[in-house]
Ligand binder design. Structure first.
Ligand code: SD4
Length: 344
């Protein structure tokens, strides 16, 4: 698979063609920005469908916050997917979900270790909007969700997840590597989907709307067959997701422990605040993770960052080969991009 394989996928939506799409040039910056507004980007192949959900909001002049919620809900709804209740369970056989959301005013909400709720991203938004808190976890998060009118689902595994879990139980190996493309570990090897793609556990999305505001979302089942109670980077603001409306936004995927240890997405946004292009900012954050390991073997570890800035420029970067993300900025432009990576 070539490094920069680009796959054009038509959105197939109607009318209102590229009403707001177009180049944005920022007079104040030294570098001539070549971005798009509105724009939405999201992690992995599943981002193509998720972007369509977000674009339905953005193309009508809607708010980035609504776009990033509705976008990732598309993925949470996909039963055979990686995210939401259809996903792989922890090592005790329970699907536990993490999610976070952040708006243009720096408001944020998240849920961690949430069980039997279909749309953790919407619960995260309720935490942000209906409580004075940022994060709810476990049974308390579930109780809050039910109080807010969310349905308590039955908690049964999807057929794909059941099969994968039964297979995993045969050896019950636990070596979280999260290198989606190259993992040799049977315990953590990603599942091939019927369409030949890879199963990923997370979708992160960041968007810039027609009004120039930025928001982001991130939702995950965490790592397959994880220790019960384990929470990754996705619900942690500044790790799996960060938004600064003066600068831009970033989200992360891959081995969450590595992302948390460097406050990954906060770092990416700070690099952009220093004037770096989003791709450069993602690259620097990846390099920081690698440096922390002082030359240790990182070939089985994947972390990918994606980011957009206020000018609508975007970028992504991974530790190793295989990380991709979807970019959408017009009715007929929803493209899967294979990110550059640090380790050959
Ligand atoms: C986690 N970052 O829980 C998530 C996992 C992930 O694709 O991104 N998987 O650590």
């Amino acid at each position: 698979m070539s490094l920069h394989r680009r796959q054009m996928i038509q959105l197939g939506t109607l009318g209102l063609s590229s009403l707001f799409a177009g180049k944005v040039f920022s007079a104040g910056t030294k570098r001539l920005a070549t971005g798009h507004k509105p724009i939405v980007i999201s992690t992995w192949d599943a981002g193509i469908n998720a972007n369509k959900g977000a674009w339905n909001v953005l193309r009508n002049g809607g708010r980035a916050l609504d776009a990033v919620e509705q976008g990732v809900m598309v993925t949470e709804n996909e039963q055979s997917c990686c995210v939401g209740l259809g996903a792989n369970p922890d090592r005790d056989g329970f699907v536990t979900l993490d999610a976070s959301i952040m708006d243009e005013n720096g408001n944020c909400g998240s849920v961690a270790f949430l069980e039997r709720i279909k749309h953790p991203i919407s619960v995260a938004r309720r935490v942000m909007e209906k409580t004075p808190h940022v994060m709810l976890a476990g049974v308390g998060a579930q109780q809050f969700a039910v109080e807010q009118g969310f349905t308590l689902e039955d908690g049964k595994l999807s057929d794909d997840a059941k099969k994968a879990y039964e297979e995993w139980l045969k050896k019950s190996e636990y070596k979280p590597s999260a290198n989606i493309e190259n993992s040799k570990s049977t315990s953590f090897a990603p599942l091939r989907l019927p369409n030949g793609g890879f199963n990923h556990d997370t979708i992160g999305m960041v968007a810039l709307d027609a009004h120039g505001n930025v928001s982001g979302s991130c939702t995950t089942s965490g790592m397959a067959f994880k220790v019960r109670g384990r929470v990754g980077d996705s619900p942690i603001i500044g790790a799996g997701l960060f938004v600064d409306n003066e600068v831009g936004a970033a989200t992360a995927t891959g081995l969450g422990e590595e992302v948390i240890k460097v406050c990954g997405t906060h770092l990416v946004v700070e690099y952009m605040a220093q004037g770096m292009h989003p791709e450069e900012a993602c690259k620097k954050a990846v390099e920081k993770i690698i440096r922390r390991h002082k030359g240790g073997d990182m070939k089985d570890v994947q972390v990918g960052f994606i980011a957009i800035n206020k000018q609508g420029e975007y970028g992504g970067y991974g530790i190793v080969k295989g990380f991709n993300y979807a970019v959408c900025y017009a009715d007929d432009h929803n493209e899967l991009i294979y990110a550059k990576y640090a380790l050959p």
